[in-house]
Design a protein around this ligand. Structure first.
Ligand code: MG
Ligand code: ZN
Length: 226
């Protein structure tokens, strides 16, 4: 028997500035709706890519760009705190990349995406990937205006990462379980991770990938209906 004390929980109203936060989330949602309307008007399909630091979001986007750039005119928004390293990696594939630096914020928000949308000619593109800051928690609360949401997790994050972060999967369309080649070494059962996602949201399509080799990328394309 583990000697666990009672769990300490934050109660409603206990959090500092809760009203401010509610206003903030509402304002974000309104801006996200406007972004979505703008994107739809120009026939642009926008897809969020969310996941922890090091899960393989950028590598997956690079592989998706390689697989799809003949079929679609693609742009990428790349959220990071202060660097443009990932944006440069993606830019090597000859597509437009808008780096978004959030400063200290640990997630993108609809306002930043709105500003990034002003940097590109929407008539020139038909597919937009938005790579969020590496974080599995608050991106769930900040819709950006995209049509679809992809969550990238990696077996290196351990066997419990899905059950520990349920909210990010509730609103997701596709979950990618990356670094499948390392599953055995990590002692992680991919079938169990898939089942965990299915329990949170049975509508999520789950694909196991090896982003480096490109294995499974075709299945991600199919899961996104692209
Ligand atoms: Mg990245
Ligand atoms: Zn955040």
């Amino acid at each position: 028997m583990a000697h666990l004390k009672e769990v300490v929980k934050a109660e409603e109203g206990e959090i500092f500035d809760i009203e401010l936060e509610a206003d903030l989330l509402k304002a974000n949602e309104e801006l996200a709706t406007k972004n979505r309307e703008l994107l739809r008007k120009h026939g642009v399909m926008a897809i969020d890519v969310m996941g922890s630091i090091g899960s393989g979001k950028t590598t997956l986007i690079e592989k998706l760009v390689q697989a799809l750039k003949k079929k679609y005119k693609i742009a990428v928004f790349k959220g990071d705190l202060t660097t443009t390293i990932d944006a440069e990696l993606i830019g090597r594939h000859g597509i437009e990349v808008v780096p978004i630096n959030t400063g200290k914020e640990c997630h993108l928000d609809a306002n930043l995406v709105k500003k990034a949308l002003q940097k590109i000619n929407l008539e020139d593109i038909d597919l937009l990937f938005i790579e969020n800051v590496g974080n599995l928690i608050c991106p769930a609360d900040f819709p950006l205006g995209s049509e679809k949401r992809v969550v990238v997790i990696s077996v290196t994050e351990g066997p419990y990462m899905v059950v520990k972060h349920p909210f990010i999967f509730m609103d997701a369309d596709v979950a990618v379980i990356n670094k499948k080649d390392l599953a055995q070494a990590m002692g992680v059962d991919i079938k169990k991770l898939k089942a965990d996602v299915g329990e949170i949201n049975p509508n999520v399509k789950v694909v196991a990938t090896n982003g480096r080799s490109g294995e499974g990328v075709k299945e991600v394309v199919d899961a996104l209906g692209l």
